[in-house]
Write a protein that binds this ligand. Structure first.
Ligand code: C8R
Length: 258
């Protein structure tokens, strides 16, 4: 299912320049401004991260970040976890207005590494700033491995009412190969989670491919049922549609209130 990382590295961007300053800076921002009062050692977190990545001599071995996760223990309250798949941009405008929701990017690890790229060098110690392997479908890529381990922790910790935002404008809105479908769903514990609230949202002008009663979302509901979860499913939640209209007010479907 997951090909090995292609080597030599294909024409991908290398490690994000200044990654150390970005990660350590985001860490200090998180513990000082975003979530004041948290006590974490940002320099130590960076050291654990760097050691995990640069110790790696081959791209065919999964990077183990457990020391870094050990240095960033964090719990979050029930009823707030928001999962998503193929809706990243919308989900973050959604959480900006629905502020009680928490995505993985609201945890320290997600906050520090969002949108960054990194990899070690096959022969040498240190990061490779010139190129990294293509990684989208590559199980051993260091970036993929970090999100997989973080997603697993996030799902195992989830409790109460949780929400997942899926993209109804693509086929396989619920995709068993996505991080949500392959890692998070299996990590959810029916004894901790009361309700899984699914929201399926399409682009304003379509295409309208999947919904609560159509396509892969039906498979998701079937899996939830068989594992004993209670669930709800909503098509085109009003807030999500309004948010898209704010981003694109000229769309014809946004004109009706004028
Ligand atoms: N999650 C996974 N991947 C994440 C991420 C995150 O929070 N944050 C970022 N930036 N990324 P997708 P999916 C990056 O295919 O596979 C968690 C990674 O590079 O649209 O179902 C989150 O909790 C990753 O490869 O979605 C969420 O619930 C892509 O973005 C799922 O996993 C994932 O984009 C989303 O993962």
């Amino acid at each position: 299912m997951f090909p090995l990382c292609p080597g030599p590295p294909s024409a991908q961007l290398g490690t994000t320049p200044n990654i150390k300053h970005i990660v350590v800076g985001r860490c200090y921002n998180y513990i000082t401004v975003v979530n004041p009062g948290l006590r974490f050692d940002c320099e130590d977190i960076w050291r654990q991260f760097e050691e995990s990545v640069v110790r790696q001599s081959s791209f065919n071995v999964t990077v183990d970040y457990h020391r870094m996760f050990y240095a960033t223990p964090q719990t979050w309250p029930c009823d707030r976890c928001l999962f998503w798949s193929k809706t990243k941009r919308l989900v973050h405008s959604y959480t900006a207005v629905e502020r009680h929701f928490w995505t993985l990017e609201d945890t320290l690890v997600g906050y520090m590494f969002n949108d960054l790229v990194w990899c070690g060098q096959e022969e040498d110690s240190g990061f490779d700033f010139s190129s990294c392997p293509a990684w989208a479908a590559c199980r051993h890529h260091p970036v993929y491995s970090l999100w997989r381990q973080a997603s697993q922790n996030f799902a195992e910790m989830a409790c109460g009412n949780i929400t997942v935002l899926l993209n109804g404008s693509i086929s396989n809105a619920f995709n068993r190969k996505s991080m949500f479908g392959s890692v998070e769903l299996d990590g959810l514990d029916p004894r901790r989670v009361d309700y899984v609230n699914i929201k399926v949202v399409t682009d304003l002008e379509g295409p309208f491919i999947e919904s609560c009663s159509q396509g892969s979302v039906v498979d998701l509901i079937q899996i939830l049922r068989s594992r004993g979860f209670r669930w709800t499913c909503t098509d085109n939640d009003e807030t999500l549609m309004i948010l898209q209209c704010i981003q694109n007010p000229k769309q014809s479907s946004c004109q009706k209130c004028a």
